[in-house]
Design a protein around this ligand. Sequence first.
Ligand SMILES: *Cc1c(COP(=O)(O)O)cnc(C)c1O
Length: 400
Amino acid sequence: MSDKLRSIFTTAAHAGMPSGDQHGAVAVPIYTTSIYEFPDAETADEIHNERTPGYYYGRLGNPTTEAFEKAVAELEVGGSAIAFASGMAAISGVILSMCKTGDHIIAPVSHYSTTGKLLRFIEERFGIAHTLVDSTDPDTLRSAMRSDTRMIWIESPSNPLLRVIDIDAVAAFGKSNGLITVADNTFATPFNQRPLTLGADIVIHSATKYIGGHSDLTAGVAVASREMIETIRQSSGKLFGGNISPQVAWLALRGLKTLAIRMERHNSNAYALADMLAACTGVVKVFYPGLSSFEGHEIASRQMKGGFGGMLSFDLGALDAAKRFVDSVRVCTLATSLGGVETLVQPSISMTNAGMSSSEKERSGIPDGLVRMSVGIECIDDLKDDVLDALKAAVANSNR
Ligand SMILES: *Cc1c(COP(=O)(O)O)cnc(C)c1O
């Protein structure tokens, strides 16, 4: 394990420690206020008109929120961060801050389904076009690139197929062509992968997932250089207003402190389950970047320095079997979302990825029998027993 990785345990544990005049509080206080008193008119003028840093209105800054932002920026090794009320607020905020009508975005076919819906929406309503590409090697990117291309979107590993993108190669292509590379790092988390250190310009997270880590909040965050975050803050923060509340920022920061130790367990549990599932009759295919037989394994080994993550999917051949599986689990919970301490399962095609046209479905490559699993931090033996029992119930002719 490298020094960088060792230090994330320390960075996470100390993330967002308050400094200065807070009565020695070791935990960040929740500043439940929307306004801030000024000592005099001159200071009010200075702060309100942003010539001097300071708080003046809830939508535009809060010390608790700032502690959370600073913590995520530190973990992602970025200059600055801005928190949002959800992952989608971060995604729409970043895209609409950085792109304008007439611009074009390149994105991978395999992505979080709502990101795809947003791309279609802003193309229809605002004329920000996009092209989806199957692979993100430089040749494919070059053929998708247009004179008006402004941004490359990356999601690696992707939701729900765990497709792996060579972030270093894509970011280098983006840089040499003057494009902004944005990475959705929700699945990997900064424990496993830090896209900014691989050359990406902006990282976004659904903090609802691993960053919060306890399935008890909805939040998002974007990390980038100080200048880019300031641009995003001036538009998304100030004008669109999808800002996080200080209570939620506090809860997300509380979750973040145990990110490293949670991810260690998510990684090892998911690896063990993927390995087990790959040998089970009735399982057509296991999607997990940690398996040496998986398409993206080599690239993942290079860029996912901390581990391969807690997300895996497997194909049971038919939606019926996937439904029988999720109806049979007893330790795992049938629910959407991911990244919490408890293991979640869902049949992708009838939940997160429902409502696709048949051509969209074919293009997405998501099989009907796909079960997506967010592997939690429970005892691995309990998880293995539960999965094997549910498989037995779900798959006819299973030999387990
Ligand atoms: C959940 C998710 C999002 C959206 O985040 P919300 O917090 O639900 O708005 C974006 N990207 C990925 C990869 C996700 O899993």
